[in-house]
Design a protein around this ligand. Structure first.
Ligand SMILES: [Mn+2]
Length: 307
């Protein structure tokens, strides 16, 4: 007889917008919770533990020299905490769901998940959904904002303080990374992307191939030789028509159903071990539309299906 343990989801809130120059993503975790995240996860049949929010300094209280460093020190401290918590949840056999917060927090989530797999001599794959490539380095970035750099960092490049979160070096291998829905890339970042060795699909690729095919190819890449998959879903990957509450909206994005299909197909691999939804910015939202979408995408990633 098959014995199944009760499935448990653990929420980690990361109310930080320090990685962005546009403010407001720090309110994302509150808006996502208010959109009934807990209740809806429970309705899906999971036990749910909310671990609360990771400590984040108040932006207006941070000294000016730290602000000029683009909040590098505080972001490192935040990511260290996120990494430790993500690893703890995986070690407990539970599913970490991280709610942001700007995308710099992905340095923490991915480093923590990677530490868990590496401690067992295993590897993980990474599905990254985004309008932007987030693969800038301090030398390629026009703005220096750290939320444009997390993918580079987890591939082992960029600020050494951030690369060292959760242990030294790259946290994922480029052949196990799939970047989906990109459509706005900085000039020097384009070179970074091309030489990175990751699999990437622009919106044009999605137009031509269809999202199901893009996901099949993505899943093949992130599954090769790995034992788990982390989904890092930047809500700005979705078209602003459906997700207006973001800091950096880009038209020409994913439709509502394409966004869901990504999470549904990721769940169906049976190996989606952790996920995060980032860049919900309630200061730019229309009503709670974007926070509600964030909850719905999490549910698709946890196995909610139409029938
Ligand atoms: Mn992003």
């Amino acid at each position: 007889m098959q014995v199944t343990r009760p499935k448990k989801v653990e929420i980690i809130g990361v109310p930080s917008d320090l990685g962005a120059n546009i403010r407001g993503a720090n309110m994302g975790p509150a808006a996502i919770r208010i959109a009934d995240l807990k209740k809806k996860i429970q309705e899906l049949g999971y036990a749910e533990i909310d671990r609360g929010d990771v400590a984040v300094p108040v932006r207006d209280q941070v000294p000016q020299e730290v602000a000029q460093s683009k909040y590098l020190g505080p972001i490192k401290t935040i990511c260290d905490q996120v990494a430790a918590q993500t690893q703890q949840v995986l070690e407990a056999g539970n599913i970490p769901v991280i709610i942001g917060g700007d995308h710099s927090i992905g340095i923490g989530t991915i480093s923590g998940a990677s530490s868990y797999f590496r401690s067992q001599g295993k590897k993980m794959g990474l599905i990254w959904v985004d309008a932007h490539a987030d693969i800038n380095t301090p030398t390629s970035s026009p703005s220096g904002n750290i939320h444009g750099m997390p993918l580079s960092v987890v591939l082992g490049q960029g600020h050494p303080e951030l690369v060292s979160v959760g242990g030294p070096g790259a946290k994922v291998e480029p052949q196990n990374v799939a970047l989906i829905a990109i459509r706005t890339i900085d000039a020097l970042e384009r070179e970074q992307l091309k030489k990175s060795g990751i699999t990437y699909f622009t919106m044009r690729d999605i137009d031509e191939k269809g999202l199901a095919k893009v996901m099949q190819e993505s899943i093949a890449a992130v599954s090769k030789g790995t034992d788990g998959i982390h989904a890092s879903f930047d809500i700005d990957g979705v078209d602003p028509l459906y997700a207006p509450g973001v800091s950096t909206p880009c038209t020409g994005g994913l439709s509502l159903r394409e966004a869901h299909l990504i999470m549904e197909m990721a769940f169906e691999t049976g190996r989606l071990t952790s996920m995060e939804i980032v860049e919900v910015n309630p200061a730019h939202d229309q009503g709670s539309q974007t926070a509600i979408l964030a909850v719905e995408l999490i549910l698709s990633g946890l196995g909610k299906s139409i029938v």
